[in-house]
Design a protein around this ligand. Structure first.
Ligand code: ACO
Length: 321
């Protein structure tokens, strides 16, 4: 059977860093409040030259380099984003053009903070079915564009950035490497807990992220823990088999809650939320990229990924590197 190997990793963060103290100088908030409630200490914010496309391209190039691949090796490009630069052409085909890849196909996928898990799942299906021999899976987000910077309840939580993985097809000879399984869920009846109002690109009706934070929080740990258990059970694995948890980085309290249910010590959980804040669909590939490049995650390690976001959408993915 065909399997998808995680062959390359990349990430991009805008140069400009906005600290909690900087936010506290213009809003009624404090470093103590933000750190205590979320674990966030700072976030990167897109500058003039940073767009969903430009950040995705930088992350993608790094992922291809890591894999020793070229744009000619790319079959499918899936970009998970809720903040595309324009409605169409999609971010993915613009990335394709910037990379100079001409074969294959690309499309965007919107599943808010769960976007990377959804995109990974779609790419894995394409590879398993033989429709693609490789796939760039990218999360690229410019939430700074859709934040209401006067709403302290939301604007302190998010950051900009992009992350990418390059998947390649392999023939599974029973060694169990690559993506083992992915598990997706959504429940649209909770759509009003976290949404974007207005319309992107309209100055008379600007789009802003709106959230009932406490309600989202209430759903998070339970749904994520169930999804993680589902992934382990599907592969006849237990909590003890997990080497690394690479969670979506929304809030340290949610991350800790899931880790506690897995009985996983803090040193096996990859955390970036302190420096990146919540970069939505980019957060998992950014965290993966960091932990692979600094040598924490190694070949053969079992990696569990999970995310929950607007929709509500949520899900998990299990992979052996
Ligand atoms: N600084 C200071 N005070 C604040 C701030 C701020 N930045 N934001 C809100 N407050 C105040 C509120 O106004 C409120 O004051 P009041 O009691 O006088 O009305 C008080 O703090 C408590 O507000 P809550 O919203 O109830 O605070 P809570 O403890 O729930 O923390 C938070 C808010 C951090 C958003 C939390 O609910 C949370 O993390 N929710 C999860 C949602 C999440 O992470 N979403 C990210 C996107 S979805 C995803 O990716 C999973």
């Amino acid at each position: 059977a065909k399997r998808s190997l995680l062959s390359g990793f990349g990430g991009y963060l805008p140069e400009r860093i906005v600290t909690n103290d900087e936010l506290a100088s213009r809003l009624d908030t404090s470093d103590d409040w933000i750190r205590g409630r979320t674990g966030i200490g700072q976030r990167h914010v897109a500058g003039e030259g940073d767009t969903a496309v430009s950040m995705a391209v930088q992350a993608a190039r790094q992922a291809l380099d890591y894999a020793g691949a070229t744009p000619d090796d790319v079959d499918a490009i899936i970009v998970a984003t809720s903040t595309p630069d324009q409605a169409f052409p999609s971010t993915a085909v613009r990335v394709q053009a910037e990379l100079g890849a001409t074969s294959g196909f690309g499309f965007d996928l919107a599943a808010a903070c769960s976007g990377f898990i959804y995109a990974l799942s779609m790419a894995d299906s394409l590879i398993r079915s033989g429709q693609a021999r490789s796939a760039l899976v990218i999360g690229s987000e410019v939430y700074s564009r859709i934040l209401d910077w006067s709403d302290r309840g939301t604007c302190v939580l998010f950051g900009d950035g992009a992350g990418a993985v390059f998947l390649t097809a392999t023939q599974d000879a029973g060694e169990g490497t690559g993506i083992l399984s992915t598990h997706l869920h959504s429940d649209g009846q909770y759509g009003d807990l976290l949404y974007v109002d207005g319309a992107t690109g309209r100055h008379d009706m600007p789009a802003h992220l709106r959230m009932q934070g406490r309600e989202v929080f209430r759903h998070a740990v339970g749904k994520l823990s169930a999804s993680v258990d589902e992934a382990l059970a599907a592969n006849n694995l237990t909590h003890a088999d997990v080497k690394w948890l690479v969670p979506h980085q929304a809030n340290l309290r949610i991350i800790d809650g899931v880790a506690r249910k897995l009985a996983l010590p803090a040193e096996r959980v990859v955390v970036t939320v302190d420096r990146h804040a919540n970069t939505s669909a980019a957060s998992i590939p950014l965290a993966l990229n960091e932990a692979v490049r600094d040598g924490r995650i190694q070949k053969g390690d079992l990696v569990l990924m999970e995310a929950l976001g607007g929709g509500l959408t949520w899900g998990s993915a299990l992979a052996r590197l």
